[in-house]
Design a protein around this ligand. Structure first.
Ligand code: MF3
Ligand code: CO
Ligand code: CO
Length: 305
């Protein structure tokens, strides 16, 4: 399957979907405090997406081959959970870190993004992991321009995270996104410069590195005597894991981040282009200085490369 290229009107649709996905995270931010459960966070998001945004939560009932239908309107991945945590009735506690990953469908277009939230104060170690992972995502975004290659993105992320003493999860990757939730290409968060697909204007994909405080190995979460939920992935060594995600367009000159809203954390100073150039950016924070089968491939061990 080729990588879909988006037209100007497709891009307009993706800008709206991206902004809405980001606004869900803005809306949730003041609620993510000690005592709230991830199920309550899910309900807030579900109601906002369906009633305020007149949009559809892409994850609800989402079922790639080999998976059970996903039961919630977002993913909440707490502490050692790497990704795809399912909201439950457990209250968040002071010092927890949680990734909230929201994908909305608006007018048929998907906007996919996630942020880390530190519940209450948080340890210095937890806050540093979240911050470095945010910067690692931006190191990848800053590579995006026509003529660059996917391997440049993965390399920039990997080098940054590993120099900080962390490890990068290999088994899950970013992905093309548009009329489908997960399409080509796969966007690995590690790799070698100058390798893999060349970037072309009109491509849209996510960059969503998962970075572990300890070793990079992961496993299915099979704690207790309950059956596996089919989704939740944890670090094998139970060390903390963080993740950030943006949806990014390749423009004629560089990139444009599509998952942007008033509450988006400002890009780091090293990302000189900020969110990228576009008139619709003016209202937003200024910079600080394939198919589902394709995704099933992307979520199984990335081999043969
Ligand atoms: N939003 C996730 C991503 O970034 C995918 C979640 S699929 C779900 O690709 F079914 F787990 F919700
Ligand atoms: Co994604
Ligand atoms: Co996502």
């Amino acid at each position: 399957m080729p990588i879909p290229l988006k037209s100007a009107s497709d891009i307009a649709g993706m800008r709206l979907a991206g902004r809405l996905a980001s606004e869900v995270l803005d809306m949730l931010e003041p609620h993510i405090r000690p005592g709230i459960s991830t199920l309550e966070i899910d309900r807030l998001a579900h109601d906002h997406i369906t009633q305020v945004q007149q949009a559809v939560p892409a994850t609800l009932g989402y079922q790639p081959p080999g998976y059970p239908p996903y039961p919630a309107s977002l993913c909440t991945s707490v502490n050692e959970v790497v990704c795809h945590g399912i909201p439950d009735d457990r209250a968040l506690r002071h010092g927890d870190i949680v990734n909230v990953d929201v994908t909305v469908i608006k007018d048929g277009w998907h906007g996919d993004n996630s942020r880390m939230y530190v519940v209450g104060e948080g340890s210095i170690a937890a806050r540093r992991l979240c911050h470095v992972t945010f910067e690692a995502m931006w190191k990848g975004i800053a590579q995006v321009r026509p003529g660059a290659r996917l391997g440049d993105i993965g390399h920039a992320i990997q080098v940054y995270a590993e120099r900080a003493g962390y490890s990068v999860v290999r088994e899950f990757c970013g992905h093309g996104v548009g009329a489908r939730f997960h399409e080509e290409p796969q966007v690995l968060h590690y790799g070698r410069p100058g390798t893999l697909e060349e970037l072309v204007p009109g491509m849209i994909f996510t960059i969503e590195p998962m970075v572990n405080l300890g070793r990079r190995d992961i496993k299915e979460d099979r704690r207790g005597n309950r059956p596996y939920d089919g989704w939740t992935i944890v670090t094998r060594d139970r060390s903390l894991s963080a993740q950030w995600e943006h949806t990014v367009l390749v423009t004629e000159t560089g990139y444009e981040v599509l998952t942007v809203s008033a509450g988006s954390p400002p890009p780091p100073a090293f990302a000189a282009e900020g969110y990228g150039s576009s008139v619709h950016r003016d209202a937003c924070a200024a910079p600080a200085a394939t198919s589902d089968a394709g995704w099933a491939q992307a979520t199984s061990p990335v081999l043969g490369r």
